[in-house]
Design a protein around this ligand. Structure first.
Ligand SMILES: *Cc1c(COP(=O)(O)O)cnc(C)c1O
Length: 507
């Protein structure tokens, strides 16, 4: 058999492997998908935010067939998948999506994910991902610089804010235990205590529970009227626990609370932590990138003093899900909490230029290349691009607050960073006191459900000083002034309709 025939046979055998795509097919499918997605981005504004159907509707569309026995034409199944998703998704990239803290994602990020998965690096060890590991390290340095964290700090990318906060809390727990916690576990010493405000995101329940302390280890510190941690109460509680022989070790402050975007008094908390030798963590999953806006310097003061920061590139840095990041002032604390070196890995490299093996820096072992989309996003827009877009979101949230405040049927409740809360209050409401509050809660709950299913705009909810509120979190570079101005009419139309049917005394 001559060489050419041998090569031709090999090629045809390979093309018969069920998983392989030949180059020509890959090119065709890729172009087709990119065309479909370009049309999607082009028309996103004209689409409803969500189809707003019940789960059974989507189940029906999907069909109930069992495990495919044999293979299918890749072009057909890929186009079908794209159609299903484009026609039946809630679009957090829609200009009127303001629910939760889920941002619009830059389209470049989707191409970055495509590239990352095609090259498919395992960024668990530098030997397996030489360029990708260096890109991730550079990306982390840039993120640190963006939020004003000092040179020499380090970090790792994770799937999101929960994981970033977990990694920081584990590093803190291991750094501050006065015994060998990694060997003996939490029972090897006095009870460890965590301090966090009542507005802290629920990651902290999971962390205290899963890391062996139990949720009772969390000391809930009350907040002021603006949902910021009361630092005097924090000090009192730390001192009491010290008197009782407990081991206070971690204060978790929040820069941008999930309900109202409040920023804790970071500088004062940093001082308290220094005084008592506690780990100062800042959950900036949502709000940390606001440090890039010079006008907010006062509000963000103290962020750079943290021992660790959690931030989410998939929130205010407009990267597609999933991308979270934990930054630590002293990078040694991450391997200090997570590193084991089993005999079956041989990743030590050369002593004079040791590799960074991220499997030793966090909870994951095999790791995808989520840094690529973050690294590209930062290059695409630069510091000035983020400053402009974040400032714009804050201005839009403020405009929304003012629109509501000026409207006779809306009550503006709060505004901080890019979160505004408000509620619908009918002008002819005769109820008072508790009856009034309870009716307004029912009315606004029903309004929110209708709004969320309707597809015209999307809000979530919060409880603000005991009041049920509609909540807009604008982390959306597509939102315009006109979108914000359209909201009051949508809310009042729904509110009036519901008030007609619900109204007490109109039985
Ligand atoms: C979103 C958020 C989290 C959780 O982050 P995920 O990326 O959803 O895991 C934690 N804390 C705050 C303040 C958040 O806004």
């Amino acid at each position: 058999m001559d060489e050419a025939t041998k090569q031709a046979r090999l090629r045809s055998a390979q093309s018969a492997v069920p998983m392989e795509l030949d180059a020509a097919t890959f090119r065709d499918l890729g172009h087709q998908l990119v065309d479909q997605l370009a049309r999607f981005f082009e028309t996103i504004r004209e689409r409803p935010v969500t189809p707003g159907q019940e789960p059974a509707y989507y189940r029906r569309l999907l069909g109930q067939s069992g495990l495919p026995a044999n293979g299918n034409d890749p072009g057909r199944i890929l186009t079908h998948a794209a159609d299903l998703l484009i026609e039946n998704s809630l679009f957090n990239g829609h200009p009127r999506f303001w629910g939760y803290v889920t941002s619009s994602a830059g389209p470049l990020g989707s191409l970055a994910d495509f590239l990352a998965s095609a090259i498919n690096q395992n960024v668990g060890a530098e030997a397996l991902s030489p360029m990708a590991t260096e890109i991730e390290k550079q990306c982390i340095r840039w993120l640190a610089e963006l939020v004003g964290f000092p040179d020499g700090s380090g970090g790792v990318l994770v799937s999101g804010g929960n994981m970033a906060n977990f990694a920081a809390a584990l590093a803190a727990q291991r750094a501050k235990a006065t015994w060998d916690l990694r060997t003996l576990g939490p029972g090897g010493g006095p009870p460890m205590r965590i301090y966090a405000s009542e507005e802290t995101h629920t990651w902290i329940h999971k962390a205290a529970d899963l890391f062996g302390m139990g949720t009772a280890a969390i000391r809930w510190i009350p907040c002021d009227r603006d949902a910021r941690m009361d630092v005097a109460a924090l000090r009192t509680r730390i001192e009491k626990d010290l008197d009782d022989g407990d081991l206070p070790f971690l204060v978790s402050a929040t820069a941008g609370t999930v309900s109202t975007g409040a920023v804790d008094p970071l500088s004062d908390i940093a001082g308290t932590c220094r005084e008592h030798n506690l780990w100062f963590h800042v959950d900036g999953a949502y709000g940390a990138p606001a440090a890039v806006v010079p006008e907010l310097k006062g509000m963000m003061d103290g962020l750079s003093e943290a021992d660790s920061i959690a931030l989410d590139p998939h929130k205010w840095l407009y990267c597609p899900l999933e991308a979270g990041c934990v930054l630590v002032r002293n990078p040694a604390h991450l391997p200090g909490a997570f590193s084991y070196r089993p005999v079956y890995y041989h990743f030590e490299g050369e002593e004079e230029d040791p590799p960074t093996n991220f499997y030793e820096w966090g909870l994951q072992n095999s790791r995808g290349f989520r840094a690529l989309k973050v690294w590209l996003a930062i290059q695409q827009v630069g510091r000035s691009g983020y400053e402009q877009m974040i400032r714009q979101d804050i201005a839009l949230a403020e405009a929304m607050f003012e629109e509501a405040d000026a409207h006779p049927e809306l009550e503006a409740l709060s505004h901080s960073l890019s979160i505004t809360t408000l509620r619908y209050v009918p002008t002819d409401l005769a109820l008072e006191g508790e009856e009034r509050e309870s009716y307004l809660q029912d009315l606004n709950t029903a309004l929110l459900e209708k709004l969320q299913a309707g597809g015209r705009a999307y809000l979530s909810n919060a409880v603000v000083n005991g009041v049920f509120a509609l909540r807009a979190c604008i982390v959306n570079f597509r939102t315009t002034d006109a979108d914000v101005k359209a909201l009051p009419a949508i809310l009042t139309e729904l509110g009036r309709g519901l008030h007609q049917t619900l109204s007490p005394g109109r039985a």
